[in-house]
Design a protein around this ligand. Structure first.
Ligand code: SF4
Length: 425
């Protein structure tokens, strides 16, 4: 079966349970349960499938499951349905349109871990998804199972509130801020129990692998990175939106599928605001796989792809987002709080043409200094976003440093943050 996989049968309205079963078939129970003390067959199947998390980190799901299985105590499964990445809508779209795929996946891993405890974490901006999930839970055959109903937890919206430790911290103590590890949530998470936190799309893939098996999953994509993924494509393409791609396919073919560019591209942002920029020339031949993107310092991350059109100013775009990222720091790790603010302020000086001579080397040095120095990866992602921009758009940054704002600086933003969204509302 080729594409679509996850998006098979997707429509305008949420897919109800009866339609979901008609499209995908019943969920086989046998593959999920542990027998005679052996690991559940689902873990072996996910190992063969080599399914990696689709929330940004790309960690192998089977490894995560195995760690939680080995930990002492009854596990908790957390569906990470938060979508803090402002340029991503793929998880929201999945939850709103195809809630039963996500719920099936959560049920599969919960069964494999021998638990009934499922928490669905959504951010406060996802009101429609919250309603859809409540309706979807009521439609399911296990809706009346005592003690077996997933619990929906609505988190404050924010860029770092979707980090797995922030979700666990919020469920336990009502504080939506990441925490340092150890202890890892896989050992001591929700209610101090072993906890598996998995992104909504990752669980939707589990729902299909449990039905069709690892070999089917591996029919798409390169052998070291099989399967499909949802991406949110935006910027200067004619038909922005959520697309399901095969890993290893060309970025250029995705742009063609989206109707092509409205004007030539200046560069592409891959992976979102914690991701990296690549230049327009490389974008013509690059493939959407780890192997092809690695030499460019990029990954697909949570599947965000932004095509920056020629008429946009990359300096204005990057500077504005860097300022927002600095403000999104959870304010508890010194290098993150001070380093990101210094980077953002210096970029703002460059954009205005008032920076001193050492501005670029300062930004590069601070970016190196903050990397790996936070309780979460927020400083690392911000550093990658900024340093890749300085590499790809160096001529534009030099020009602003010398002459100040250009005509395009005042154009409508391509990269949006919740701040612009609320101003536009
Ligand atoms: S690194 Fe930054 S965002 Fe992450 S926990 Fe520390 S202060 Fe918060």
């Amino acid at each position: 079966m080729s594409l679509p996989r996850l998006l098979l049968g997707v429509g305008v309205d949420p897919m109800d349970y009866a339609t979901h079963v008609r499209v995908h078939g019943e969920l086989p129970a046998a593959a999920r349960r542990s027998r005679n003390g052996l690991p559940p067959p689902l873990v072996a199947e996910l190992t063969r499938a080599a399914l990696r998390g689709r929330g940004g980190g790309g960690f192998p799901l089977a490894t995560k499951l195995d760690v939680v299985l080995r930990a002492k105590g009854t596990a908790v499964v957390v569906v990470n349905g938060t979508e803090g990445e402002p340029m991503s809508v793929k998880d929201r779209m999945l939850l709103e349109a195809l809630p039963h795929l996500v719920l099936d996946g959560a049920r599969c891993v919960a069964d494999a871990l021998g638990t009934n405890d499922i928490v669905i974490a959504l951010d406060a901006g996802l009101r429609q998804a919250t309603e859809v999930l409540r309706d979807a839970l009521a439609q399911r055959p296990d809706a009346r199972r005592r003690g077996g109903q997933p619990r929906i937890v609505v988190m404050p919206a924010g860029y770092v509130t979707g980090h797995e430790t922030a979700i666990v911290n919020f469920v336990n103590r009502g504080i939506a801020r990441p925490t340092t590890q150890p202890p890892r949530v896989s050992d001591r998470g929700v209610s101090r129990r072993p906890t598996l936190v998995s992104n909504a799309e990752t669980l939707a893939h589990v729902a299909l692998i449990a039905r069709r098996g690892a070999e089917w999953f591996r029919e798409l994509g390169p052998s070291d990175e099989p399967g499909s993924a949802l991406v949110t494509l935006s910027g200067g393409v004619r038909a922005p939106g959520v697309y399901e791609i095969e890993y290893g396919s060309e970025l250029a073919s995705l742009v063609r599928a989206a109707g092509g560019m409205t004007e030539p591209a200046r560069g592409f942002l891959l992976g979102g605001y914690g991701g990296a920029w690549i230049d327009a020339t490389s974008a013509r031949t690059v493939h959407l796989s780890r192997r092809s993107l690695a030499p460019l310092g990029a990954t697909l991350g949570a599947g965000v792809i932004v095509a920056l059109p020629q008429s946009a100013c990359p300096v204005a775009e990057v500077t504005r987002v860097a300022g927002w990222l600095a403000d999104e720091s959870a304010g508890q790790c010194g290098p993150c709080v001070n380093g990101l603010a210094s980077i953002a302020d210096t970029l703002a000086d460059v954009a205005e043409g008032r920076a001193g001579r050492g501005a670029f080397s300062d930004v590069l040095r601070w970016s190196e200094l903050v990397t790996g120095r936070g309780a979460c990866a927020h400083p690392d992602g911000t550093a990658t976003f900024v340093t890749s921009a300085l590499r790809v758009f160096r001529a534009e940054f030099d020009d602003h440093a010398r002459h100040g704002p250009c005509d395009a600086c005042a154009r409508r933003s391509v990269l949006v943050t919740p701040r612009e969204r609320s101003l536009a509302a």
